[in-house]
Write a protein that binds this ligand. Structure first.
Ligand code: GLU
Length: 364
């Protein structure tokens, strides 16, 4: 089998028990399977939940805390216990893990985003398994990734993974909730995540984790747009991840329609950047952007809103509304001057360099 880059997401309930401790049997089962994947030559990245779930009992809580400070404190205790367990178990397979704790700000700040990419690439080149979690102790609630399902999808796109495997307690996606509907049918293969499918899933996660099936499907939808195929399901034993890769997993496979890699810069623009202004473009420019694969030229822009600098990201509005986002090669001031200049010398106006280059444009 060709060497692949695989992101494996493991949820809190797959790593810990309801009492707030790491479940050593389940934990070792995952680590042994991860190590097997790594030792046969694949690149492996783990997105591991479980920090809050593994830490709360040592803080004296009888169940997962609900206050922000309680969760943050539990995560601080649990994350170190988790990573200690990863180091110990991986060492039996001569595998070295590395801990990476991210916040959404690390993705929205372009420099930090690029640094995270460089560091993770270096770790992978050196044969290390990055173990990623949200930095729950310092995350601000309104500014989180949502949950680790979504984080795993973003990481998969970011690292151009060949496969995202979301391990959970349920063996795949069903047409409705199998816990309450005896007629629920399991889907072994999905080409597209429709609203109907999302409507049939449960928002509730487990007692110790956060994401339910709905959050897994939403994450899969994001991975889908980033050209990463996804598996959602379960497994047991050291060969379980290998079996999943070979197409024999107990769960649902979600294919990706895109065969090409989505470059990291465009992913950043689409998913992480904050827009600092708006451009309104005419019909010709809209068609050129949406249907002809062109860049946006100054001639197509008739109105500029907001204040932005060269290299920032703006939203682009066509006749009907928002059509996309892109990184500008003009500041708002330069662009306003260009539009005013065009008004003065209507006949002779020649387009200057593009306002948004094609490679820095994403359609919405
Ligand atoms: N980051 C959280 C933790 O480690 C889990 C988030 C999730 O379950 O999605 O406890």
């Amino acid at each position: 089998m060709k060497k692949q880059r695989i992101v494996v997401k493991i949820g809190s309930s797959s790593l810990t028990n309801d009492n707030g401790e790491i479940d050593q049997l389940k934990f070792n089962d995952h680590v042994d399977a991860l190590a097997m994947l790594k030792n046969i030559g694949h690149e492996v990245i783990v997105v591991s939940s479980g920090a809050v779930a593994a830490g709360f009992s040592r803080l004296g809580y009888s169940s997962r805390p609900v206050t922000i400070k309680g969760k943050q404190a539990a995560a601080a205790v649990g994350q170190s216990l988790l990573i200690q367990s990863y180091i110990e178990r991986f060492s039996k397979h001569a595998v070295v893990p590395a801990q990476i704790l991210l916040t959404r700000l690390d993705f929205s700040d372009r420099e930090r985003y690029n640094n995270a990419f460089a560091a993770m690439s270096e770790l992978l080149d050196r044969g290390i398994i990055p173990i990623i979690n949200e930095n729950d102790t310092v995350s601000v609630e309104e500014l989180t990734f949502g949950d680790n399902d979504m984080l795993s999808a973003l990481v998969s796109g970011f690292l151009h993974a060949d496969q995202l495997i979301i391990l959970t307690d349920v063996n795949g996606i069903y047409t409705s909730n199998p816990r309450i509907d005896p007629d629920a049918v399991r889907l072994t293969h999905i080409d597209e995540i429709t609203d109907e499918l999302l409507g049939g899933t449960d928002e509730q996660g487990s007692k110790v984790g956060t994401g339910g099936m709905r959050s897994k499907l939403l994450a899969a939808k994001t991975a889908h747009t980033l050209a990463v195929p996804v598996f959602i399901g379960t497994g047991y034993g050291p060969t379980k991840l290998l079996d999943i890769l070979k197409g024999h997993g107990d769960g649902t496979y979600i294919s990706s329609p895109l065969s090409h890699v989505i470059n990291t810069k465009r992913q950043w623009i689409a998913l992480h950047s904050e827009s600092t202004g708006r451009l309104y473009v005419d019909k010709g420019a809209e068609t050129a952007l949406l249907h002809n694969g062109c860049s946006l030229l100054p001639a197509g822009v008739f109105k500029v809103q907001g204040s932005f600098e060269v290299g920032e990201v703006v939203e682009v509005y066509g006749i009907e509304g928002l059509i996309g986002k892109g990184e500008v090669t003009y500041s708002s001031e330069q662009l306003r001057e260009t539009i005013a200049e065009r008004g003065r010398q209507q006949e002779e106006f020649t387009p200057m360099i593009e306002v948004i280059h094609r490679d820095r444009w994403v359609q919405i």
